[in-house]
Design a protein around this ligand. Structure first.
Ligand SMILES: [Zn+2]
Ligand SMILES: [Zn+2]
Length: 393
């Protein structure tokens, strides 16, 4: 049977911990984690600093005896994750460690093998060794939210219950050879927890769609983070629904272009996904804010999407008049807005027209109707050619 991790590419051991570029720099304190740039190191810092300095207290020479391995422990009531010497009494058939439960900070709860992490789905690549995760069974009665994760992300601490112990196995083939974990493994494990949270929410959201009788068809416009760093690589536009009661809520993000063409919209922000919170996206040689939402920005060209420096993220868009909003309509609007920006850039050289006047005067319902039928005819996918005009609904 082909193993899942074989679907992901292998990268050199010197690759950046936060992206897939060459890790030419290294943390000088723990000598463990590699980065391509100051930005990637900065993005990792809130997490990395929790273990970086303590690594030197866990040199191999301090190992109590060869049955002990340097592991990462997340005490449920501790204020941070810690390195521990965990004693492995043996391994089961899948290479899962059999633990001496008493060595962990007096925690006498039975930790059971829960998963083997072999890939980083945020970075879409194979790891170099396996992270064997042991945790309390999910139905265990007296677990509490894991407080040691709160310094990384309070939302993560809320969703994960009970203590967790992570132990390394050499390679990806469920080897019985243990390997000491370091700060790079720590980052990969945090990415695993965050991506898993995003997947759980994604499934719940997909199942919840269209369930309410009082829901209006609307469109989810995904920000760069949800498109690139989400484990499912979401599309730019997704069909969804919004409860009719929310159509009267004041919109957080203005979309003056939509108003000018007679299709006023309301937009609702979606909480930032854990997978990309605090992380930048590498595009070419630039680091880009994953909260950037290019379509929403183009609909508000005067302010680049939102007033001030407030970031956008993914949003759900609906029509203020409560009529269905189809994703082709949003896509055409986005293209129309981008075409306006290009026209402005051409026109400003000849007429010196200022930005405000241009966007006050140029966009109109007549012009967008024409743009829409042209866009529909030229669209590569034939099914779009029958798409009803937003004005005919
Ligand atoms: Zn990087
Ligand atoms: Zn370090």
């Amino acid at each position: 049977m082909a193993e899942l991790h074989n679907l992901y590419p292998e990268v050199p051991a010197e690759t950046c911990t936060m992206c897939n570029d060459a890790g030419t720099q290294q943390c000088t304190t723990c000598n463990g984690t590699r980065y391509c740039s100051a930005q990637c190191q900065k993005d990792d810092w809130l997490t990395h600093k929790l273990l970086c300095k303590t690594l030197k207290e866990f040199e191999p020479s301090m190992r109590p005896d060869p049955s002990h391995t340097r592991a990462i422990y997340f005490p449920e009531d501790g204020d941070r994750p810690i390195f521990v010497w965990a004693q492995v009494l043996g391994r089961d058939a899948e290479g899962n460690p059999l633990l001496d439960g008493n060595v962990l900070q007096g925690n006498d709860r039975a930790l059971r093998p829960s998963s083997s992490v072999k890939v980083n789905v945020v970075l879409q690549r194979r790891l170099h060794n396996t992270l064997k995760v042991s945790a309390c069974p999910a139905d265990h009665a007296d677990t509490v939210p894991n407080q040691s994760l709160a310094k990384i992300n309070k939302d993560l601490a809320r969703t994960i219950r009970g203590p967790i112990l992570v132990i390394g196995s050499e390679g990806l083939d469920d080897s019985h050879n243990q390997i000491d974990l370091n700060t790079t493994d720590f980052r990969h494990f945090i990415d695993y927890l965050q991506a898993r949270d995003a997947m759980v929410k994604f499934v719940a959201e997909t199942e919840g769609t269209h369930s309410s009788a009082n829901a209006v068809p609307s469109v989810r416009i995904n920000c760069l983070g949800d498109r690139i760093l989400h484990p499912e690589h979401r599309d730019e536009y997704e069909t969804t629904t919004i409860p009719a009661s929310q159509l009267i809520a004041p919109t957080r993000f203005p979309a003056p272009i939509a108003e000018r063409v007679g299709l006023p919209l309301i937009m609702r922000a979606i909480p930032a996904a854990l997978t990309w919170r605090g992380r930048h996206i590498k595009m070419g040689d630039r680091h880009v804010q994953p909260r950037r939402n290019l379509t929403v920005e183009s609909l508000n060209p005067l302010q680049g999407g939102v007033p001030g420096e407030q970031r956008i993220g993914s949003v759900i868009v609906a029509r203020q008049d409560g009529k269905p909003l189809l994703f082709g309509h949003v896509q055409a609007l986005g293209f129309y807005a981008q075409s306006l920006i290009m026209r402005y850039e051409e026109e400003v050289y000849t007429t010196r027209i200022d930005l405000h006047t241009f966007f006050e005067e140029r966009p109109s319902r007549e012009e967008f109707e024409q743009f829409f039928s042209m866009w529909r005819e030229r669209y590569p996918d034939e099914s779009v050619r029958d798409l009803i005009s937003p004005y005919d609904l």
